[in-house]
Design a protein around this ligand. Structure first.
Ligand code: SF4
Length: 349
């Protein structure tokens, strides 16, 4: 999509009676410099000039030049900056979101051009999910694994704590995982300390996370491997992460993102798996999260891979619940295949 700034009227330089060049004052007479215009009225006696009108040729994206700094808009025009870098100068939160949607739609368009299968209405559905998630009120927003590391920890310790949080989070609510991580961090959540901690002490620290006894074993084995093979840090590849005891692809991909800031794949947990099947985002129903991940990665634009887990997990915690989804409150109720198939069925009271 091409974005161009146009100067509708570019006046040629004219001489004023005062002898000043009007061109040098053109910025002062522009309506985009209204404040300066009122404070410095110039009486030229010359015929009133048409103001320079800056038109942003991207109305479908809703980019509003008035939200940007006028100076930067003019600079953008004069430098003929490319679309992406120009848009990234936009500072307001609203516009940053629009930049994101531009990148996403461009990305999706590229894939459409390749005639890949894509589920109907997926973009509308996702926009609706974003709208329903905009207040960030789900447990994952405050207590997800990305919020479990000690903010004062060193980078390598922070990565270790994120990995441990992910290991604890399997089959466990975010609130329970977060509370266990608070206890662990206070105790000393570093690989050497955890490796030397007796099993019963570690068990008490992480209880009542799901499968806590098995997780004690995994965490201790993992801590020893990290000390022996990775100098106390965590590995930097998805392959090596998944070789650690108790770490699967879902944890591995999310860990790559949280700990290393790299998108290696989509983290598909039980929420993402369930919701994608309800929305029929795969060509046919899938039985396991791994199947869902493979199918999703076939068509979902890569720019959305890092966001989809976070969006759908919170959506699954608040609206598209495992049992009795709140379809009546959902913005997708008219386009969701699951809702249309189950519209006659009433929740048991
Ligand atoms: S309409 Fe119901 S099943 Fe469909 S996405 Fe919304 S809450 Fe989930």
């Amino acid at each position: 999509m091409s974005k161009k700034l146009k100067l509708d009227v570019i006046s040629t330089s004219r001489s004023l009676r005062s002898g000043k060049s009007l061109a040098t004052l053109s910025e002062k007479t522009s309506p985009y410099f209204a404040d300066e215009k009122t404070s410095k009225t110039i009486k030229t006696g010359a015929k009133k000039r048409l103001p320079i009108k800056i038109e942003y040729d991207a109305t479908e994206d809703g980019i509003n030049v008035e939200n940007t700094d006028a100076t930067s808009a003019i600079e953008t025009q004069s430098q003929n900056v490319k679309e992406s870098s120009a848009l990234k100068t936009v500072k307001t939160e609203e516009c940053e979101m629009k930049v994101e949607s531009i990148e996403e739609s461009t990305d999706s368009k590229n894939i459409k051009d390749e005639k890949r299968w894509m589920p109907p209405n997926w973009e509308t559905i996702l926009e609706n999910v974003k709208e329903m998630r905009k207040h960030k009120t789900a447990p994952v927003d405050d207590m997800g694994c990305h919020k479990c590391a000690d903010p004062n920890a060193s980078p390598s310790v922070s990565r270790y704590q994120s990995l441990i949080a992910l290991m604890l989070s399997s089959q466990t609510k975010d609130q329970v995982t977060h509370a266990a991580m608070q206890r662990l961090n206070t105790y000393g959540c570093k690989p050497d300390i955890i490796a030397a901690t007796p099993d019963d002490v570690l068990g008490k620290l992480i209880y009542p996370v799901g499968f806590w006894k098995r997780k004690v074993e995994y965490i201790k084995k993992t801590s020893v491997i990290l000390l022996d093979k990775y100098d106390g840090d965590i590995p930097k590849t998805i392959k090596e992460l998944c070789e650690l005891p108790g770490v699967g692809p879902k944890m591995g991909h999310i860990c790559m993102q949280i700990a290393w800031g790299e998108v290696s794949g989509i983290g598909v947990d039980t929420h993402v798996h369930r919701i994608c099947n309800r929305l029929e985002w795969m060509k046919k129903p899938t039985k396991t999260p791994e199947e869902t991940r493979n199918e999703l990665e076939d068509w979902l634009p890569k720019s959305l891979w890092s966001k989809i887990n976070y969006l759908l997990v919170g959506f699954g915690q608040e609206i598209c619940l495992p049992r009795f989804p709140k379809c009546d409150e959902c913005l997708n109720k008219n386009i969701c295949p699951y809702a249309s198939k189950n519209s006659g069925k009433k929740k048991k009271s």
